[in-house]
Design a binder for this molecule. Structure first.
Ligand code: BV8
Length: 234
């Protein structure tokens, strides 16, 4: 029976932020039903039309400013408070709602919407409200400022740290992710293969639901606090 004495890895996806009004990617009305991800979330798309891509992320940054964390983010922050570094929180999300809820050391494997990256020197800084094409880097002045997010075809961040946490965990929990995007979608199988328990908390079965030995379905703002309360009570 999993308790706060175990080592837990939690992976979140867009579903954990859905009830905060940020929308998801692949649900009905999801972002990828309105935009072609090849045009707005690939280096090639950015090279073709930097103004359009910067505008896409400027709009999402503005959206995020109006969003508030929800009970699922808060429950995970409470669990982290009780477990310390026995809980590793990995997110595919580029929003900062886990941090707004009080989580620390969140591993943003797909980057962060509120950060900017220089494609030239690698400098990172807090993204301004509106980033323009060829945004000048405050460090090297190259016109190479871009959103600090991992696009399709780019290598996710912190993979070694994530792999170390998964291969040493007792429980792997995926929350609010459809299991479409790799390498994140392969994490549950990685955990299962080293003998960890795997739990899926989602609105509906994901594309990798069979990689989990346990699952609970419902809105994250309901099922995540309930699960956290059970773990804290043991
Ligand atoms: C890489 C940042 C090499 C940008 C994102 C063919 C087959 C397999 C793989 C590939 C392939 N061709 C290419 C690939 C690799 C590719 C990939 O996986 N493509 C997919 C589309 C097939 N992956 C990559 O390119 C990655 N890089 O592979 O590099 C490598 C790898 C390892 C080591 C070395 C080298 C880079 C991928 C990163 C792309 N960037 N985001 C941005 O955000 O703008 S990914 C994008 O999808 C978002 O970040 C999002 O977070 C992520 C995953 O989506 P989900 O979070 O799951 O969201 P989704 O809408 O899909 O699902 C929401 C879920 O929530 C649903 O299940 C829904 O039921 C549930 N839900 C809804 N409401 C609620 C809820 N649950 C609970 N409560 C609710 N209220």
């Amino acid at each position: 029976m999993i308790s706060t004495r175990d080592r837990i890895v939690v992976l979140t996806g867009a579903g954990v932020s859905a009830e905060s009004g940020l929308g998801t990617f692949r649900d009905k009305d999801g972002l990828w039903t309105k935009y072609d991800l090849n045009e707005v979330a690939t280096p090639e798309g950015y090279a073709r039309n930097p103004a359009f891509v910067q505008g896409f992320y400027n709009a999402r940054r503005a959206n995020l400013r109006d969003a508030a964390h929800n009970a699922a983010h808060a429950a995970l922050a409470e669990l982290q408070g009780a477990m310390g570094d026995r809980l590793t929180l990995v997110t595919q999300n580029v929003d900062d709602l886990h941090e707004q809820a009080g989580s620390r050391d969140v591993i943003h494997m797909h980057g962060q919407l509120m950060r900017a990256l220089c494609g030239g020197c690698g400098h990172r800084w807090d993204a301004p409200e509106d980033m323009q094409p060829h945004h000048p880097c405050p460090s090297c002045a190259a016109p190479a400022g871009r959103p600090d997010v991992v696009w399709f075809g780019e290598i996710p961040y912190h993979m070694d740290q994530i792999t170390d946490a998964i291969t040493g965990c007792d429980l792997f929990v995926a929350i609010g992710t459809s299991g479409n995007v790799y390498p994140a979608a392969g994490f549950a199988a990685m955990a299962r293969d080293i003998g960890a328990v795997t739990l899926e908390l989602n609105l509906e079965p994901s594309d990798v639901a069979t990689d989990f030995v346990a699952s609970r379905y419902g809105p994250a703002s309901e099922i995540v606090p309930a699960w956290v309360a059970e773990v804290l009570a043991r």
